[in-house]
Design a protein around this ligand. Structure first.
Ligand SMILES: Cc1cc2nc3c(=O)[nH]c(=O)nc-3n(C[C@H](O)[C@H](O)[C@H](O)COP(=O)(O)OP(=O)(O)OC[C@H]3O[C@@H](n4cnc5c(N)ncnc54)[C@H](O)[C@@H]3O)c2cc1C
Length: 474
């Protein structure tokens, strides 16, 4: 659970008027006044405003965290929407079952994983999380409970996968787990000197490796553009390894927000260069615990504080296959010119497995994800430039990470948004949805205070001030 229900990027700041915990799966939704909207809140691991409902109500689900049933023959788990991926791993890896798809943190709820239709390093083999969801129970604001699946209420099911929490509260879901024989991953690392090498490695690896991803030095330019490290792995097939022997990893905590001087582009450039040169030139192999492979960032609690009190924006886009080489090169060139860099630039090719989700983000092509410390106008200007490049290629920007895209860009990236709007529960809304659709689903007393589209911190501070004024007057 995040302090004050901010999102992971701490930008934009949002202030829900009410926070209502949902504790039991048979519980009704709170009665809301006519103009107030509600939004489910999982574990706040979305970076931008898709998990925020500024001035309105958040339905927190951290108590909705029980396993309901498990079929040992088929591997189908029924669990409540607030169950974390970490809970599933802790309980089911020792029994020989793993998540079908996992994002880069295990501190994500089932509701959040479905609502953002998250993807992982195995997208080319397994598609998105939504491809492995068998059934969902939705609680609508009318009190109606709808059990939906690919065969039953299928349009509502498709709208709920990647539906950003807008179709109702996911009370429980059936998830297909996958069998494993070991908690270990056979991992390989290969340094590459540029983007062409990355694409070659990706093409070679995607048939024989279940998990593939690259880290790139986004500030290296000219002949070094796109240099980085390619990481690939498979579940260890050696069943002599005990499933219960899972070494615990020590965790460190970032105790306070770091000063913004540390985030200067010069510091980031040196860090990236040193990190790249520390990688061995030759292929290296290792057998490592799954946690070390999938969740390196989870060992540093509150690592988002490294970005200071102003927060940061993560930018993740996908460029369709036919433009991926030049598209990614153009994006990197714009980032280099802006001199705003990222410690962690992740690159991965998505496969062709189609998600059932109407608003799902992945499509065949290449995805690039970067963190930008928030430096006000200059950061937002950079993102606008990146957005238009992505739009020219027919790509998309990931709503789970976004705090900035314009409604025009969103509607171009996701033409199916109209269908979500038709199936949206009229009482459900989010800061993100109001921003990108410009529909007035906002509670009337807080419309002036929506702070997410404002460019400067000064304006945000003003918006925050007006929010409290408006709330006092309401
Ligand atoms: C370090 C890190 C690494 C990440 N790596 C990846 C990655 O590799 N791939 C990827 O796809 N994403 C990744 N993410 C993003 C993250 O997986 C998603 O944002 C995820 O949806 C967060 O889940 P959450 O439980 O925190 O939900 P929240 O962020 O709280 O909410 C996300 C959305 O889910 C909705 N929601 C939550 N619970 C319910 C419910 N019970 N019913 C209906 N709607 C609900 C909310 O309304 C909101 O729209 C990463 C995030 C971090 C911090």
């Amino acid at each position: 659970m995040r302090d004050n229900h901010q999102s992971w990027g701490s930008y934009p700041k949002a202030y829900p008027q009410h926070v209502h915990p949902i504790r039991w799966r048979h519980e009704a939704l709170p009665q809301t006044e006519r103009t107030t909207s509600v939004l489910p809140y999982g574990n706040g691991r979305s970076y931008g405003d898709s998990c925020q409902n500024n001035g309105a109500t958040l339905l927190t689900t951290h108590s909705l965290r029980r396993f309901i049933s498990f079929d040992h023959d088929t591997g189908v788990l029924r669990c409540e929407g607030g169950v974390l991926l970490a809970d599933i791993l802790d309980n089911f890896v020792p029994q020989g079952w793993f998540l079908p798809v996992t994002p880069g943190t295990k501190h994500v709820s089932i509701g959040g994983a479905i609502a953002n239709d998250v993807h992982g390093k195995n997208h080319h083999k397994a598609g998105t999380f939504g491809c492995h969801v068998r059934t969902v129970e939705l609680l609508r604001s009318t009190g109606e409970r709808i059990t939906c699946s690919p065969h039953h209420h299928s349009e509502l099911f498709r709208a709920t996968i990647g539906g950003l929490g807008l179709t109702g509260l996911i009370v429980w879901a059936d998830i297909q787990l996958k069998p494993i024989t070991s908690p270990l991953i056979d991992k390989e690392r290969i340094r590459f000197s540029g983007l062409d090498e990355f694409f070659d490695l990706s093409n070679q690896s995607n048939t024989s490796f279940e998990y593939t991803v690259g880290w790139i030095d986004c500030l290296a330019n000219q002949q070094h553009t796109g240099r980085g490290v390619f990481i690939r792995g498979n579940h260890c097939a050696d069943n002599a390894q005990s499933l219960t022997h899972i070494p615990r990893r020590t965790t460190l905590t970032v105790p306070f927000h770091l000063p913004s001087a540390v985030l200067h582009s010069g510091v980031i450039k040196i860090f990236n260069r040193v990190y790249y040169h520390l990688q061995p030139r030759q292929l290296t192999q290792a057998r490592i615990p799954y946690e070390k492979f999938f969740y390196p960032l989870d060992t540093i609690l509150h690592w988002n504080r490294l970005y200071g009190t102003r927060g940061f924006l993560q930018y993740q886009c996908v460029i369709p296959s036919r433009y991926e080489r030049e598209g990614i090169r153009d994006l990197l060139s714009v980032i280099q010119q802006s001199q705003q860099g990222s410690f962690l630039a992740v690159i991965k090719t998505f496969g062709a497995i189609q998600s059932p989700g109407l608003l799902s983000f992945p499509k065949p092509g290449t995805t690039l994800a970067l963190d930008f410390p928030f430096f006000g106008e200059q950061t937002l200007t950079l993102l606008t430039k990146l957005d238009s490049l992505v739009r020219e290629t027919g790509g998309a920007v990931y709503p789970a990470k976004d705090a900035h895209m314009s409604s025009e860009d969103f509607q171009a990236y996701f033409p199916a948004w109209h269908k979500i709007e038709q199936l949206r529960d009229p009482k459900f809304s989010s800061s993100f949805w109001r921003r990108v659709t410009r529909l007035n689903t906002t509670p009337q007393h807080s419309t002036k205070s929506e702070s997410y589209s404002l460019a400067t911190e000064k304006e945000q501070a003003f918006a925050h001030h007006s929010l409290f004024n408006n709330m006092n007057q309401a």
